[in-house]
Design a protein around this ligand. Sequence first.
Ligand code: PBG
Length: 325
Amino acid sequence: MIKRPRRLRGSENVRRLVRETRVDVHSLIYPMFVIEGENICEEIPSMEGQYRYSVDRMGECLEELLAAGVTSVMLFGIPKVKDEVGSQAYAEDGIVQRALRYAKEHYPQMYLITDVCMCEYTSHGHCGVLCDHDVENDETLKLLAKTAVSHAKAGADMVAPSDMMDGRVAAIRAALDEAGFTKVPIMSYAVKYASAFYGPFRDAAGSAPSFGDRKTYQMDFHNAREGVKEAILDEEEGADIIMVKPAMSYLDMVTKVKEAVNTPIAAYSVSGEYAMVKAAAKMGWIDEKRIIAEMAVAVYRAGADIYLTYFAKEIAELIREGYIG
Ligand code: PBG
């Protein structure tokens, strides 16, 4: 036999030598929830091990991340007051804006990315302003642009629109540039599917739509070419990074989008993916650590350069141990 693939699997040394996928702690982004109020660090029932932090306690989380070597976070805000137009999304003293100022001052070594969307801030839970029970695209663009600028003013290093309105990357780029934030990159949730995997997040952020669903703006999960189209459009509009979301059931899209655009590719392993792992592990039905490792490596193997995951700290630990990477 001339070809014996097992030769390169004979020892841990040779296996590590020929590894095709390398995982780097610096490519991890940890999504975290900040909530209005004081002295709050409350566990999210559907996401065991994940918490909502008030600004005065978010440092606890940031310190743990930094200690683990994770230096990027994605901030989600949970406001006290919601209204029709989501005005707390772009309020100067909004929850994300206050969290940004606090984190910038106390943890300058942390890279702060913000989710730009309306659904946590609107009384109806949709990702923009409504007209006849549907989200009005072009009116929403103005509010998204305003939100992005207010985040940049408060210290955001990068903004990440997740609303799925058409033309939002161009609108946000123009507004950021006009306000002098030419250096703030945009990571676009470009290939974002209408997905049941967001269930626990909506619970965590209280952002489930009060009627209907998000199918008129988020993508139909039957479609792949449409995802490539979205990625190309957002690259043309000036997106610096293109994201695919969810991750686990959409790895084909990570690979396809990687070939279609020349930006770095991010994949977001969302709340439902996290919750499934946690629940099965709690039942003793899976080995949590090994599952986390496989899920993470699969995302990079599919072509992702960046991985957003609630398991960021655990993955950092797996890399440090040499278990993956
Ligand atoms: C806001 C937003 C959502 C998520 C990220 N940004 C929720 C949604 O679209 O319903 C989901 C993240 C997760 O499930 O972990 N639009």
